[in-house]
Design a protein around this ligand. Sequence first.
Ligand code: PLP
Length: 400
Amino acid sequence: MNDAAQGSVAALRELEGRYAMPTYPRAPVEFVRGEGATLWDADGRAYVDLFSGLSVHNAGNCHPRIVAAISEQAATLGGTSNLFYSQPAMELTERLVESSLGGRAFLCNSGAEANECAIKLVRRHAHRRGIDRPEIVVLDQAFHGRTLAALAATPRLAREDLFGPLPAGFVPVPRDDPEALAAAIGADTAAVMLEPIQGESGVHPIADDVLIAAREACGQAGALLVFDEIQTGMGRTGTLWAHEQGPVAPDVMTAAKALGGGLPVGACVTAPVVGEGLTLGEHGSTFAGGPICARAALAALDVIADPAVLANVGERETQLRDQLGSDPAVAGIRGRGLMIGIALAAGVDAGAVAAEALARGVVVNAPNPETIRLLPPLTIDAADLGEGLARLRGALDAAG
Ligand code: PLP
């Protein structure tokens, strides 16, 4: 970075220090432009993007089809509330339902909101079954978001001492123990809620026997199975939704992140068994399903549901495993498709690797000190991925 770029970061730091709530650990770079799998900083320096803005730009940065959809709609009509009909919202609802669980969908504006909707929905469903104090079983190390109920469903962050009183009724169980999970499900269980592959904990796929135990025990208890596909969805694992590759299907699914093609869109989608879900007056949101965001989501779905893009995910996963598997700083590679957690060898610090990688011109993420997470655009080609991984290997060697 030259002096001008450093200067711009220093000025932003100054503003942040004075005015912003200090909630984020930001790296000292200001990105100002993106195209495909390339980002440019304020100095014009190019970086390989292996992070996609935290699995948001699955179609690549500034995909022309998404840009055109947003621009056209922004110049036509910005939205008139959910008290009137809107073609993009209804079309998006149809696309989400028909591509997944076949029931109904509620559109919203973020992942946490999608999960709030799912939590309200499964509680409402339980109340219809005569359960007064419904419980939701969740997994240790899960991440479901930062709003209060989503936080209560996130055991490692649900700090009663900091944010209490939190919504009650969330029952955490060990992540990898099918017996413990089945034992926690009983007459008061409204739902089991889980990510098919945990993202924020460092990319941990949930084992098939745990998913099967959850499905069977929910079936026996009349409870609903909820999959949080906010990070695993939108093609990230090589199919549009991760559960397509798993042994069981959920009754409720949440989506967000890449769903909006870069704009804030979330959704809670159901299977027919859930019925109408939430009804008149039971839920709502001003911006939900607004036409600009909905058109962006439809364009993102068009790009990502392309079989060639989904096939690319598997091909690039193979390339990635081949290129990184033999690195002495790598102890193992977890995940599926282009949702990858690299377990680092003992003594290699992920924060140091991510910082060194950034300095070498590749954007990666360290969700914890032992793991490097890669979430490249699903459209990345072999050359860009190869270059990004070569730079990452340089960083691993330097830090190892
Ligand atoms: N659920 C999962 C699995 C996530 O990865 C995230 C965000 O990282 C969320 C929920 C929360 O989404 P948002 O940040 O859009 O509220």
